[in-house]
Design a protein around this ligand. Structure first.
Ligand code: G3P
Ligand code: CA
Length: 286
């Protein structure tokens, strides 16, 4: 890989970068809930835009509906991001599919920018299945970090259904014996242990808001919040010295992007992939 150009990240998770790696490398850019600063989070439009923006990877939260479908929704309830009400786990796919997951975003952006209220275009619920179709049909390799949200009444059924869906798409392993282009992320170490048992060829990401490197064995990526990184920058090198890649979230400002780059993190998870790519420049740390 050239060090002078910004090349797409390979479909495999990052190789582990030792702290002594030259700083000419920059983190891979992962679109958090799609290009979600610009478009409603977790919608097909947000992910399509992220790919067009040049993101190396996509991040999505998944939850199980009452009738066992994995859908891309962050909150336990749909109230914030749709015109409906209720917990995802208590609604069925048919009901969720009637809701508008787009219009709220216009109002939210107007509020943030202190402008008069406006509506964004209506958007449909995004299923994991549709997101996997998008990833598999992309014109270049794009990684996908799937976060299983816990606690939920469905507990281990979430990882089981994720394994089922990935198997359907041939994503339980990568090409030529490499790791899959899909990673599983969770704050729950129990969920990561389940994922390791069900999907052994997937990289696992331990998410945390604490300055701790604790993670189940087999976890190859440490996923701290940017706040942890700001307060404990030394943990980046410590994680990498233990053979873990570092994927930090949510990195939206120039100063945080530069901090992440200077610390040598492997991937930044951002709501603003186009801005992040522009701000980081250089080649990808892979
Ligand atoms: O990518 C990790 C990050 O998404 C975890 O936090 O609340 O945005 O899912 P949250
Ligand atoms: Ca997430």
């Amino acid at each position: 890989m050239s060090l002078l150009t910004f090349e797409p990240r390979p479909a495999t998770p990052p190789r582990f970068k030792h702290p002594a790696t030259p700083r000419a490398l920059v983190p891979a850019v992962v679109a958090h809930r799609g290009s979600s600063a610009q478009l409603p989070e977790h919608t097909l439009a947000a992910y399509e835009t992220a790919i067009t923006d040049g993101a190396h990877g996509l991040e999505a939260d998944v939850r199980l509906t009452r009738d066992g479908h994995l859908v891309c929704v962050h909150d336990r309830r749909v109230d914030r991001t749709s015109n409906g009400r209720g917990a995802v786990s208590e609604l069925d796919l048919a009901t969720l599919s009637t809701l508008d997951f787009g219009s709220w975003h216009g109002r939210e952006r107007a509020r943030q920018q202190q402008e008069p209220p406006r509506s964004a275009a209506p958007q449909q619920l995004l299923t994991l299945e549709r997101l996997l179709e998008l990833v598999c049909s992309a014109s270049r390799p794009v990684s996908l970090a799937v976060e299983t949200k816990h606690p939920t009444r469905w507990s281990g059924l979430v990882e089981r259904e994720l394994a089922h869906q990935l198997a359907r798409f041939g994503l339980l392993r990568g090409r030529d014996g490499q790791l899959s282009q899909v990673r599983v992320m969770s704050f729950s170490s129990v969920a990561l242990r389940r994922a390791r048992a069900l999907m052994p060829a997937l990289a696992l990401v331990q998410l945390t808001t604490r300055p701790s490197l604790l993670a189940p064995s087999g976890t190859s990526v440490w996923g701290p919040s940017i706040d942890v990184l700001r307060r404990h920058p030394e943990l980046v090198g410590q994680a990498q010295a233990r053979g873990r890649a570092v994927h930090v979230w949510t990195v939206d400002t120039r100063s945080d992007l530069e901090l992440s780059r200077d610390l040598g993190v492997d991937a930044v998870i951002t709501n603003r992939p186009a801005f992040a790519l522009d701000a980081l420049g250089g080649s990808v740390a892979a």
